[in-house]
Design a protein. Structure first.
Length: 71
């Protein structure tokens, strides 16, 4: 999901590779991987985003995700 970030590329790549390695380690199928990642995103929104701005952030996240898969 390319977008300007306050985090450096190296930090992002390390975390992304760790997450992907974990999914591969457990031989997670595409559907299971998407379920796990979706639940992780839901957990983050529910526990780390203020309820007053949660809906707006979810919509923005979905918009960025949609744009990123369209290429």
């Amino acid at each position: 999901m390319p977008q300007q970030s306050q985090y450096n590329d190296a930090q992002f790549e390390v975390i992304l590779n760790d997450v992907l390695a974990c999914l591969e380690k457990h031989q997670a199928t595409r559907d299971l991987s998407l379920m796990v990642l979706g639940n992780a995103v839901t957990h983050i929104f529910s526990h780390q985003v203020d309820e007053r701005i949660r809906t707006q952030m979810v919509e923005q996240f979905c918009s960025v995700l949609t744009r990123s898969v369209k290429g």
